[in-house]
Ligand binder design. Structure first.
Ligand SMILES: Nc1nc2c(ncn2[C@@H]2O[C@H](COP(=O)(O)OP(=O)(O)OP(=O)(O)O)[C@@H](O)[C@H]2O)c(=O)[nH]1
Ligand SMILES: [Mg+2]
Length: 366
């Protein structure tokens, strides 16, 4: 570590994403949840009773909470049902998105349900109307139900139903469908502050993870560029590493300690701080080449300035995203488990390989 660098405080965890699951018993709420979010959160989490029939499921280290309302009974007094649900949603802390599930082949959606949806929408969180266990989007009963619900012009997200099938049925010949669209809509409906947690919790869409990880790098790079001296560099990098690791389900500690132990990263930071590699010798081929290029060009290339910090952050971040993504995909569908030493070596190796090319580009631009 460069002795001139201040110690970095630990990274801050992002706010949790909370989803409320509503709908009659057996419509497939738990199956849908488990298919998109992988872990059997509702079955294995510790469910705290919130109100009658509702439990809030959270798991330590998991970035999502689920408010599961064990099967709505529409025969009950409608006013009481609505007020129980409103109580549950208010007491669960901030609920960010509500999935209101109706079985796609149920053929009916009563006035009581329509009123309930209107009252839920008044509570604040966006309500996504999900038609579950749908055999086929073109199935007559499903089309009819969707049309009927659409005609009610309910205050639901995107003014439409999301029709899904979470569990393939070999006998009936039905595949999974509609899940990515539902996830995308959930992401769009969720407040920006919890999208990182949502991208981390979901296990369905590697593209959403990638987008979210790239956004973390982009934010860090923008935060750091244009500053006279990248004083916040180490803290900001640590946060970026931890956020990207979180998106891919890698332990935060592993990310942070790998970041600390990766020699190239420490050298890059030192370089950005002092504008010179001299006191560090020529520690690796990659940095050696960079140093030589810099001396030959006879220019400082803006090193030690905010401009270079932003660009170097982008390069380092992109490398980090690649390594985390590969670890995630290699272990999928199991959560990734990586030894710190392997992870660190991989990050080191990639940086040594990729930095010279990136830096050449950078030199050409400045
Ligand atoms: N074909 C098909 N079957 C499903 C689907 N989702 C759930 N099921 C089946 O429907 C049954 C009920 O599913 P659950 O996910 O437990 O329903 P739930 O809404 O959580 O039910 P409660 O917790 O009792 O309110 C199970 O037997 C599932 O196998 C689906 O998308 N397609
Ligand atoms: Mg359930």
């Amino acid at each position: 570590m460069n002795p001139a660098e201040p110690a970095a405080p630990g990274p801050v965890a992002p706010p949790r994403f909370t989803l409320a699951l509503l709908g009659a018993t057996g419509v497939g709420k738990s199956t849908l949840l488990n298919t998109i979010f992988g872990a059997d959160l509702a079955a294995t989490g510790i469910g705290e009773p919130v109100t009658r029939g509702s439990h809030l499921y959270r798991r330590p280290g998991h970035h999502m909470a689920v408010l599961d309302t064990e099967g709505l009974e529409y025969g009950r007094d409608a006013g009481q049902l609505a007020s129980d649900l409103a109580d549950a949603i208010r007491s669960a802390g901030p609920v960010h998105v509500i999935w209101y599930c109706v079985r796609a082949t149920d053929r009916r959606f009563t006035d009581v349900e329509a009123d309930l949806v209107r009252q839920l929408a008044d509570l604040g969180p966006p309500v996504l109307l999900v038609l579950t266990r749908s055999p086929d989007p073109a199935h007559g009963a499903v089309v009819e139900l969707a049309r009927h619900i659409d005609s009610l012009a309910l205050p639901v997200w995107d003014e439409r139903c999301f029709e899904v099938n979470a569990q393939p049925d070999r006998f009936a010949g039905t595949d999974q469908h509609g899940l990515l669209t539902l996830l995308e809509a959930t992401n769009a409906a969720a407040p920006a502050g919890v999208r990182l947690a949502l991208a981390a919790a979901q296990r369905l869409d590697a593209g959403l993870k990638r987008e979210s990880a790239d956004a973390c790098v982009d934010r860090a790079s923008k935060d750091l560029s244009g500053r006279a001296l990248p004083r916040a560099l180490r803290t900001r990098w640590t946060q970026m590493f931890a956020d990207v690791a979180l998106v891919y389900g890698l332990p935060k500690d592993l990310a942070v300690s790998a970041a600390e132990a990766t020699r190239e990263l420490a050298l890059l930071r030192a370089w950005l701080w002092t504008g010179q590699l001299g006191s560090w010798g020529v520690p690796s081929v990659a940095l050696g080449r960079m140093a030589v290029g810099k001396r030959r060009s006879g220019r400082a290339d803006g090193m030690g300035s905010g401009l270079s910090a932003g660009i170097v952050t982008r390069i380092v971040g992109a490398t980090w995203v690649d390594v985390c993504e590969e670890a995630y995909l290699a272990a999928y569908p199991e959560p990734p488990t990586l030894q710190r030493a392997v992870f660190t070596a991989e990050v080191s190796h990639r940086l040594s390989e990729q930095l010279p090319a990136h830096l050449r580009l950078f030199r050409r631009r400045t």
